[in-house]
Ligand binder design. Structure first.
Ligand SMILES: [Zn+2]
Length: 576
């Protein structure tokens, strides 16, 4: 291994494997070894119309193994129209029609062939179905597509992929990799809940590319939070995080995907794919940066964060938790209701759980602090009212906000800001209390509302219509939200994320995006501390006492100012 905290891994797709010569393989290997260090390869046996000949696979395997590189297998489940199968099926990316007997036989054959050669086989993230052919419509019957594809892919996973593979090689470890589109898994038969009992391990896509211009508009923070989600879903069984070079357009954007995947403590960093990497200047700084991250991860505990409840098969306010992560709030998405935690965050996705209000009611009643978004409120307000947890509701009207008011501070105004459209929330004044108002002219609506219930509190957090406008909310406003979420540690700054660990250390990273210049940021805690220490340089950073105005009172907090340069990560710890 080249690093202590993760393995560096490269994927070789079937087309590249087919045309590879031993000479090219050795020269490519030399490049990867020099710039990154290569621990392991996933060698693909099948993709589309290519089944790589066995002798070719064995040549690559032997050559790499001779250099000390571990080699596992890979499969991409896409296929052109096959002889004997009904033609003209409309299949996205040529994914399989799993009701077609000829294609089913081929899927089984591919799985067996890979398991014969390798003791570990990963399925790339085309292992879904969106086929709507005549036969699939017939077999679906009265079920909806989500239920039909769930049943279908459970059966396919067991009977066509895992069982046949284990029959030819009882030692084979079968790995299902999930894509970076978590919010849509259930629509195409991806089942992280059910497939846990079928596959040995999982893997996760962490490619975010250039969020503004790439097809999927995924926040950069996904490379961290999706690893955490899958770790929480399959504890101890997530093989690693997988990213690529596509639509990155800058070396920093490419590298950030690797940084965040490593910050989440993925065991393997998968570089997709072999030929895209060779002679690519993106890799120039990779080895240098991974070495630094490896040093930082030594003696670092497990990742923590504000738990966000994202049930299996849910969607709504998609990626919102990641955008909050982009403002510096450390989040930890999980598919189980985090009832054991003190503070939880629920988004519109959480409302996909039909029992969520019962769980929320008992959580808050027994002393928890729950933060719900306007999207969650909109989907559950009737049940929330019945449960007696709030009288607030989303009116359906929109408010153009240019002025913000922090109600607990006589001078807590920020005005003449860029207009941001928020949903209007109506509530009973003094039945609940608005901590932040947002408005324009002589009108405003609550943006952050507090209700009490039992021994706990329910906070309602309004989300802009365009979730990207979260980044336009002024800092004093997000600071209040951050310190309500966790007064023991929060950061005031822009274009940065904070990654927290259970040993009390935390990383800060400032993205190379909007403001490509250094910025001073302030780190706060309400716990008594002697100072803040940079864990890499050992430098002690001056920490002072500040008064924060809240609930019409001054509150003492400890604050340290640090300079964050874009593209540079730092590790800190409070000295108590
Ligand atoms: Zn079909």
């Amino acid at each position: 291994m080249h690093y202590r905290n993760f393995k560096t891994v490269v994927y070789i797709p079937a087309a590249i494997a087919s045309s590879m010569t031993e000479e090219k393989l050795c020269s490519d290997y030399g490049f990867l070894e020099r710039y990154v260090g290569l621990d392991k390869v996933y060698l693909e046996t099948h993709r589309g119309d290519i089944d790589v000949p066995e002798e070719q696979l064995l040549m690559i395997k032997r050559t790499l193994e001779d250099n000390g590189v571990a080699v596992s297998g890979g499969i991409t489940t896409i296929i052109p129209d096959l002889e004997g199968s009904e033609p003209g099926k409309q299949r996205l990316f040529n994914t399989f029609c799993y009701t077609d007997s000829v294609m089913r036989a081929k899927a089984r054959e591919i799985s067996e062939a890979a398991a014969r050669l390798f003791d570990e086989v990963i399925l790339d993230d085309f292992y879904f179905t969106n086929c709507t052919c005549e036969r699939c419509i017939r077999e679906k019957g009265s079920r909806d597509w989500v239920s039909f594809r769930r049943d279908l892919m459970r059966d396919v996973s067991k009977e066509l992929i895992v069982r046949p593979a284990k029959a030819v090689n009882p030692n084979v470890r079968m790995v299902v990799k999930y894509p970076n589109w978590r919010e849509s898994y259930h629509f195409t038969g991806y089942l992280p809940k059910d497939q846990q009992d079928i596959f040995d391990a999982t893997y996760i896509g962490t490619e975010t590319r250039s969020p503004r211009y790439a097809d999927q508009h995924l926040p950069e923070y996904l490379s961290y939070s999706l690893v955490r989600y899958i770790d929480n879903a399959w504890p101890g069984r997530n093989g690693g995080g997988w990213f690529d070079t596509y639509q990155c357009w800058s070396a920093d954007r490419y590298l950030e995907q690797a940084y965040l995947t490593a910050f989440a403590k993925a065991r393997e960093l998968m570089f997709f794919q072999w030929s895209d990497l060779i002679d690519n200047y993106f890799l120039g700084g990779m080895g240098i940066q991974l070495k630094k991250i490896d040093d930082m991860l030594d003696d670092t505990g497990d990742p923590t964060g504000i738990p966000v409840y994202i049930p299996y098969g849910s969607s709504g306010e998609n990626h919102l938790e990641m955008r909050l992560g982009m403002t510096g709030i450390p989040v930890d998405p999980t598919p189980g209701f985090p009832s054991e935690r003190k503070t939880i965050l629920l988004t519109e996705s959480s409302a996909s759980d039909p029992l969520v209000i019962d769980k929320l009611e008992s959580f808050v009643r027994s002393g928890g602090d729950a933060f719900i978004t306007s999207g969650f409120l909109l989907r559950t307000s009737e049940k929330l009212h019945e449960a007696g947890m709030t009288e607030a509701y989303v009116s359906g009207r929109k408010i153009n906000v240019t002025r913000y008011q922090l109600t607990g501070d006589t001078a807590g105004y920020v005005d003449n800001m860029k207009p941001v459209i928020f949903p209007e929330i109506l509530h009973g004044n003094n039945a609940s209390w608005s901590l932040i108002n947002g408005g324009d002219g002589d009108y405003h609506t609550p943006l952050f509302l507090r209700s009490t219930y039992g021994r706990g509190r329910l906070y309602i957090l309004s989300v802009p219509d365009n979730p990207s406008d979260i980044y336009s909310i002024p800092q004093p406003v997000t600071d209040l939200i951050k310190r309500t979420l966790d007064p023991s540690l929060y950061v005031s700054g822009k274009d940065l994320s904070m990654f927290t660990y259970d040993d009390g250390s935390f990383f800060l990273y400032r993205y190379v995006k909007n403001n490509i210049r250094p910025d001073r940021v302030k780190i706060y805690t309400d716990k008594e501390v002697k100072g803040l220490q940079d864990q890499v340089t050992g430098e002690l950073i001056d920490t002072g006492i500040e008064n924060i105005r809240e609930n019409w009172q001054d509150k003492k907090v400890y604050a340290a100012v640090v300079t964050m340069v874009p593209g540079v990560f730092r590790k800190f710890k409070w000295i108590r």
